[in-house]
Design a protein around this ligand. Structure first.
Ligand SMILES: [Zn+2]
Length: 78
């Protein structure tokens, strides 16, 4: 049995079946989490490209956390 580490929460887990590609996440929830985060990151990048307005708060690359993204959206709609 190979022990894998979840790409989302970092917890070690065992792959349920030896067939197919190795799973990256320990559970469906973790996979969904990453999907949601990717979507937010993609939308953040899109707004950075299109809206070059000086009012847009600067989000440091790599530090864009989930909550920070929400704050950005709140400010943008206010
Ligand atoms: Zn996980």
């Amino acid at each position: 049995m190979t022990t894998l580490y979840c790409a989302c929460c970092g917890q070690p887990f065992r792959r349920s079946s030896p067939r197919g590609p190795a799973p990256l996440y320990c559970s469906r929830d973790c996979r969904r989490q990453i999907e949601v985060r990717r979507r937010v990151w993609a939308s953040l990048r899109a707004t950075e490209r299109t809206a070059a307005a000086p009012l847009t708060p600067v989000v440091p690359a790599g530090a864009g956390s989930f909550h920070r993204g929400e704050i950005v959206w709140e400010r943008a709609s206010a």
